[in-house]
Design a protein around this ligand. Structure first.
Ligand code: F6R
Length: 250
C-alpha cells in the first residue's frame, strides 16, 4: 500500500471568536480579489454566521460577488428552502439574499430530491464548475466535517448519511421547539472535500478543543473525520484560544 504524505495544517490562534470570523472573511475576500470567479465551498452552522456578516458588510462597501459560484457541504434529507431548519434557508438568509451572486450560482444539495440522484448530480456540478478553489469548514464536537460522522471513509463522496445522535442534539437549537431534527442528510464526502484546492477550517469555543486536538495531533483515522485534513497540503486552521486549549502549539 502506498503511504500518503502527511501535512501539518497552518494554525492561527486568535484571541476571540470575532477575530476568527474577521480573519476567515479576509481570507475569502483575498481569494476573490485574486480570482473574482472563484468557486467556494461553504458551510452552515453557528461558526460561519459572523464570517458571512463580514462578507455582507464587504458587499455593502462595494465588493461584488457576481462571479462567485458556491457549493454547500450538506443538507438535511426531507427539508427544502422553505423550512427554517434547512441549510438552504440558512444560506438564503445569511448569504444568497445579502450578496450579489448570480441567481442559481449558490448550490445546496436538494433535500427534497431523490437523494442518490442529487448526490451524483452534485459531484458532477462541482466538477463542471472546475472544482472548489476554497472550502470553508467548521468542525463538529465529534470531529465531523460536513456531515461526515466518525467512521466515514476518507475517500467517501457525496452521499446519504445517518446523523449521530450527538450531532442531532448539537443542532436541535436550530429547530423550533418540538420539531424533529432529521435523522439523515446529504453531505459532500471526505474525498470530495479533500479535492478542494485550499481548505479553511474555523473552530471556536472549548467544546471544539478535543476534536481539534484529534484532528491536528492524532494520526489520521476515520474515528476523527477532520484528521483527514492532514492529507491535504493547503489547509489553514483558524481558531480561538478556547478551541486551541489542547493543542501543543496553541
Ligand atoms: C455545516 C457542517 C458542519 C458544521 C459543524 C460545526 O454545514 O457541515 O460540519 O460545520 O457541525 O457546526 P457549528 O459551527 O454550528 O459548531
Amino acid at each position: 500500500m502506498t503511504q500518503k504524505a502527511l501535512h501539518r495544517p497552518a494554525l492561527t490562534v486568535l484571541d476571540t471568536p470575532e477575530e476568527v470570523a474577521e480573519t476567515a472573511a479576509r481570507r475569502i475576500l483575498d481569494q476573490l480579489r485574486a480570482a473574482p470567479r472563484s468557486v467556494l465551498g461553504l458551510a452552515t452552522g453557528r461558526s460561519p454566521v459572523a464570517i458571512y456578516a463580514h462578507l455582507a458588510e464587504a458587499h455593502r462597501a462595494g465588493t461584488s460577488f457576481a462571479g462567485v459560484e458556491s457549493f454547500n457541504l450538506d443538507e438535511y434529507i426531507g427539508l427544502g428552502p422553505e423550512d427554517p431548519g434547512s441549510f438552504a434557508h440558512y444560506m438564503h438568509r445569511h448569504v444568497f439574499d445579502r450578496l450579489d451572486m448570480a441567481p442559481g450560482q449558490g448550490h445546496v444539495p436538494d433535500g427534497l430530491g431523490d437523494p442518490a440522484s442529487v448526490a451524483r448530480a452534485y459531484e458532477t456540478a462541482i466538477a463542471a464548475a472546475g472544482g472548489i478553489d476554497l472550502q470553508l469548514l467548521g468542525i463538529g464536537r465529534n470531529g465531523h466535517i460536513g456531515f461526515n460522522e466518525p467512521g466515514s471513509a476518507f475517500d467517501s463522496r457525496t452521499r446519504v448519511v445517518t446523523l449521530d445522535e450527538s450531532t442531532r442534539r448539537a443542532n436541535a437549537p436550530d429547530f423550533a421547539p418540538g420539531a424533529e431534527v432529521p435523522r439523515e442528510a446529504l453531505t459532500m464526502g471526505i474525498g470530495t472535500i479533500l479535492e478542494a484546492r485550499r481548505i479553511l477550517l474555523v473552530a471556536t469555543g472549548a467544546a471544539k478543543s478535543a476534536a481539534l486536538h484529534a484532528a491536528l495531533h492524532m494520526p489520521p483515522a476515520p474515528d476523527c473525520p477532520a484528521s483527514a485534513l492532514q492529507l491535504h497540503p493547503r489547509v489553514e486552521v483558524l481558531c480561538d484560544r478556547a478551541a486551541a486549549a489542547r493543542l501543543k502549539d496553541g
